[in-house]
Design a protein around this ligand. Sequence first.
Ligand code: UDP
Ligand code: MG
Length: 331
Amino acid sequence: MRVVSSKPEVSIVIPVYNEEAGLANLFGRLYPAMDKLDLPYEVIFVNDGSRDGSVSILAEQYRKRPDVTRVVLFNGNYGQHMAILAGFEQTRGEIVITLDADLQNPPEEVHKLIEKMREGYDYVGSIRRKRQDSAWRTIASKAMNRLRERITNIHITDQGNMLRAYGRNVIDLVNQCGEVNTFVPALTYKFARRPTEIVVEHEERAAGESKYSLYSLIRLNFDLMTGFSLVPLQMFSLLGMTMSLLSALLVLTLLVRRLIFGAEADGVFTLFAVAFFFMGVILFGIGLVGEYVGRIYQQVRARPRYVVAAVLQGLPDEQLDAEGEKRKVVR
Ligand code: UDP
Ligand code: MG
């Protein structure tokens, strides 16, 4: 049996939500790929309130490889990014790597990230060489990517890709954040001192189906845009100012015409059109402001961000340290 080191060098964090169909495959590729690297590692699975058999499959895997496996169980579904943050809090490695559970990020690519990190970077993002998702997802995601690139000062080429490596310094800072709605690759980017990117492979989902509906994708993009930029809000105040200036001019023109030509009933419908247009603008503006207010609300409530129902792990850290020392001596 491999010697358990008290301090893993690499921590892998994997969020799991209803992935029973693909977990066996994941284990079958991830563990051999990691064992091959011959370095102390740990894999932390965070079960994001799965309603299928994922929990028992994870527990079974924990029993098989307790030396390198830990499982965090949420009491409900808090979303992929919250799951990753909970995983971060459990990590002990100097390098922390995130991965999807559906094998879209091939575990065999992990070593590339580690090698890059060893060159002295503290954030290694990755770009999918050929994205294996539906056409509409790819196109929509490219558009959001471009928009985010413009309105935030976060530079990520392929924001939707979760196969990324972070340094301990970045993770420690993220662990201090009390963010409720967030987007992990952007948050980590904020704290990275030396970020870089590499190109990796991408595969089709091995089993099951995407856990993101159109609705949750839109929510996620709102989290990203509003969480890291005030530009949308500022755009609306600018737009609002220009609009009110223009409509003041319009009212003035109409007033002058009224004085010169008398009542013009024919113009009524143009006016309606204009009024409705403004109503639309106002409503959307209110909605957008609401996005921020909602977030402020959640933040000031300062509720626990999630409730961890249980953590399946070996010994507590101090004991593990002592154990590790003993084993080293035995070896
Ligand atoms: N996931 C999660 N909670 C959720 C949705 C997804 O933990 O509410 C996990 C999911 O199990 C997977 C990863 O996040 O490991 C990415 O999800 P998915 O593959 O469905 O997203 P897509 O590849 O379609 O963007
Ligand atoms: Mg996927």
